[in-house]
Write a protein that binds this ligand. Structure first.
Ligand SMILES: *Cc1c(COP(=O)(O)O)cnc(C)c1O
Length: 451
């Protein structure tokens, strides 16, 4: 009989204590933070599911690499290690380190876009959208139709709408579409994967029109695992072989190493285009640093070189995707409405359905996130009307799972807390804004419960 229990594929060598607080203490801390979880002290949080970005645990190999970091300004051997590792997986000719993903995006879009251009993407992540729009270009989201239906359980809800892409490419001169980008997995769309067939088709359309195709690769390893599990023809391939095929269809990529780089900081930009690479390296020198370190310390390059390989480890990916799915399935079995099926890095609770008595104007997502903190010291984040003001399409609460940080019992605790809030959901009150900044208001907003 095959063993059914999936365990964390690591043992713990160094621990970071977390501590319980009382409900009274949390009530006071939440009031002092004006009901905005960004304003809490991290130390007052028991389980921190605010983000999976840069919050992962490094391995013994990564920590050993930290000690071996070569801090030479130019030609560091840590850069060679980094470049070789990135190239083994992606196959791209030019590899430029950056301090994080958004720096790679800024450099890419500044070299490729001009006002009036359109950049299609399955769904732009918020920094990707902002960096595209900052050049005067339009960031156009064209997710597949099923992506917009939270309860739809299609296996590849991260896919791009191929018909919409084809229409866009046929209607526009290629000089107005400087590149097409696809985000794997689709973060803003619920952490849903993109199929190899979709990537292949997007790549073919781009080739036909002579348009470069780039991948926003932040969660390339999680996406590769989903392809292995769900797409016919890939069950016997390793996640690395799948990742290699995925990248082979593209002309370049941007990457945040804070996600599947398994590092606490860093990113990179890749391209096969010699002429673009030259312009990009010039911009890199201007704001990030010399091209062999690009705003990172040699030790960070070592951590990433090792981390992107570890992210493709089959035991790790199995644990990662299973544990996220476990959380999603446990709460949805009891009726909690979530975006289906569970994504790779996070579970998204549909707060509008969870709290139907709270109008959207009273921020059901903020109310639910506050309640999860009060009930059990869990920090999540609202992705809805507070974050996107009038532009929100859904009222979600995201529970993002840091990599290799929490164990099964931590997740069981999170399940128990969510279910006890679910039991008494009718008593939860809406929220009112008392302060908002003119932009990116969710980071600093102040709120109070509506009595
Ligand atoms: C995090 C992220 C980025 C930006 O990376 P940073 O390292 O936070 O600058 C870009 N795209 C996606 C899909 C992301 O998840």
């Amino acid at each position: 009989m095959p063993v059914k229990t999936i365990i964390e594929p690591f043992r713990i060598k160094s621990v970071e204590p977390i501590h319980h607080t009382t409900r009274e203490e949390r009530e006071k801390m939440l009031r002092d933070a004006s009901y905005n979880l960004f304003l809490l002290k991290a130390d007052d949080v028991l389980i921190d599911l605010l983000t999976d970005s840069g919050t992962g645990a490094m391995s013994t190999h990564q920590w050993a690499g930290i000690m071996e970091g070569d801090e030479s300004y130019a030609g560091s051997k840590s850069f060679d290690h980094f470049k070789t590792s990135v190239q083994e997986i992606t196959g791209f000719k030019h590899v430029m380190p950056t301090h994080q993903g958004r720096a790679a995006e800024r450099i890419l879009f500044q070299t490729m876009c001009k006002p009036g251009d359109i950049v299609p993407n399955n769904t732009h992540f918020d920094t990707t959208r902002a960096n595209t729009e900052f050049t005067g270009a339009e960031a156009r989201d064209i997710p597949c139709p099923e992506a917009r239906i939270p309860s739809d359980r299609s296996p590849f809800k991260g896919n791009m709408d191929l018909a919409a892409l084809e229409a866009l490419l046929d209607q526009n001169d290629r000089h107005h579409i400087p590149l097409v980008m696809i985000t794997v997995t689709n973060n803003s769309g619920g952490g849903q994967p993109v199929s190899m067939a979709n990537v292949r088709a997007v790549s073919a359309l781009c080739k036909k029109h002579g348009i470069p195709f780039y991948i926003d690769a932040c969660r390339f390893a999680e996406n590769s695992y989903f392809i292995k599990m769900r797409e016919p023809g890939y069950a016997d391939k390793t996640p690395k072989q799948i990742a290699q095929e995925l990248f082979s269809y593209a002309d370049g990529c941007t990457m945040s190493a804070k996600k599947d780089g398994m590092a606490n900081i860093g990113g990179f930009l890749c391209t096969n285009d010699d002429r673009l690479a030259q312009q990009e390296k010039d911009l890199l020198i201007l704001t990030e640093g010399y091209p062999t370190y690009g705003g990172l310390a040699g030790r960070d390059l070592e951590a990433i070189a090792t981390g992107i390989q570890e992210a493709l480890d089959i035991d790790y990916l199995k644990y990662r995707i299973t544990s996220t799915g476990y959380l999603g399935n446990k709460i949805s079995e009891q009726g909690v409405p979530i975006v289906q099926p569970p994504g790779g890095h996070a579970i998204y609770i549909d707060a509008k359905t969870f709290l139907p008595h709270i109008p959207v104007a009273q921020f059901p997502g903020v109310a639910l996130a506050a309640e999860l903190y009060l009930e059990g010291g869990i920090r999540s984040v609202e992705i809805g009307s507070l974050m996107f003001a009038g532009a929100a399409k859904m009222e979600l609460v995201r529970l993002a799972i840091p990599r290799r940080v929490y164990t099964q019992s931590h997740i069981d605790y999170v399940v128990e807390i969510i279910l006890s809030v679910w039991e008494r959901r009718q008593q939860i009150k809406g929220m009112r804004l008392t302060y908002e900044a003119p932009f990116l208001r969710h980071f600093t907003a102040k709120l109070e419960p509506v009595e």
